[in-house]
Design a protein around this ligand. Structure first.
Ligand code: C2E
Ligand code: MG
Ligand code: MG
Ligand code: MG
Length: 293
């Protein structure tokens, strides 16, 4: 290929790779600083109940405001944080932030309100001992574990090491819920749902995107909902962007929805004031109409 496209082209590609590598080195250096300089923030995206339309949960999503590059997406910097091990410190910081914010959010939105947070597989590698501090923090804040839900991926459960099991058991004993994130994008083995105590399945947004367009996707999602309910799990649909998707999800019995149709992730102060009343697709008349045969 190098010969056929000539030297200039090879030089061009190498240059691009070099730029890419440079950017990565810069990102690693800056990410270390971001934690100390308070460039990170946790935002919260509402999760609404598909029966009554109320906001009953929120998901904590990390944001990085880089001083020169602006807002950087977690799908860009989380992988870098995982490769470098920085995800451990970041994860500690996220948990503390979430715990504090959740205490305030429950005062505003009620004691049934729950907040979920994402954990990387890398954070599970050290075993459960590191998490004793987390439980102490909850105690200090007077926050029951049941106020929180940890979101993990299918891959973590599939590779289910003893350390993972121990940690999840410890969370469970503390009352913290467990959700499987991006459900359906990993391997198709469902055996792990029996082996681990899971409370919530989050249907990945790639399915939600197609649900109103492809009958097969709708059938698949409906089967997931039926299975989940038989196993005693709740189902949340991620990435709901249209009223059609919402109506369909509701019709197939999906419990909760999260997506830009309702709201994007927002700072905690905004979530304290947020109400689903502003979302037309969620008002009770519309919801009732959508359920009519
Ligand atoms: P996730 O946990 O699956 O989070 C859902 C992602 O979908 C979020 O992207 C959210 O902003 C986006 N989203 C929500 N509704 C819609 C919608 O209607 N349409 C579209 N197109 N997207 C929607 P975000 O915030 O960029 O986060 C990306 C991923 O980064 C997360 O996926 C999660 O895996 C990871 N992440 C975020 N925060 C943390 C964290 O604190 N710790 C760890 N370990 N990972 C995190
Ligand atoms: Mg998530
Ligand atoms: Mg997800
Ligand atoms: Mg995702």
């Amino acid at each position: 290929l190098a010969k056929r496209t000539g030297r200039g082209c090879v030089r061009f590609f190498t240059r691009e790779l070099q730029d890419e590598a440079d950017r990565r080195v810069q990102l690693i250096r800056d990410l270390r600083r971001a934690l100390e300089q308070e460039q990170l923030a946790v935002h919260y995206q509402p999760v609404v109940d598909l029966r009554g339309g109320a906001m009953i949960k929120a998901e904590a999503l990390l944001r990085w405001r880089h001083p020169e590059l602006g807002l950087i997406s977690p799908s860009v910097f989380i992988p870098v944080a995982e490769d470098t091990g920085l995800i451990r410190d970041i994860g500690e910081w996220v948990f503390r932030q979430v715990a504090h914010d959740t205490a305030g959010l429950r005062r505003q939105h009620g004691e049934a309100f729950q907040v979920s947070f994402n954990m990387s597989p890398v954070q599970f590698q050290r075993g459960s001992t590191g998490f004793a501090d987390w439980l102490r923090l909850l105690q200090d804040l007077g926050l029951p574990g049941s106020a929180l839900i940890v979101e993990i991926t299918e891959g973590l459960l599939l590779n289910g090491s003893l350390a993972v099991r121990d940690t999840l058991l410890m969370f469970r004993d503390a009352g913290i819920g467990v959700a499987v994130d991006d459900f359906g994008t990993g391997y198709s083995s469902l055996a792990y749902l029996q082996r681990f105590d899971v409370d919530v399945l989050k249907i990945d947004q790639s399915f939600v995107r197609d649900i109103a367009r492809q009958p097969t996707t709708e059938a698949l999602c409906e089967a997931v909902v039926v299975m989940a309910h038989k196993l005693g799990l709740q189902v949340i649909a991620e990435g709901v962007e249209t009223a059609d998707q919402l109506a369909l999800l509701r019709r197939i019995g999906c419990d909760q929805a999260q997506g830009f149709l309702c709201a994007e992730a927002m700072p905690v102060d905004a979530l304290l004031a947020w109400s689903p009343g502003a979302v037309p697709a969620l008002n009770t008349a519309t919801l009732a109409g959508a359920s009519a045969p």
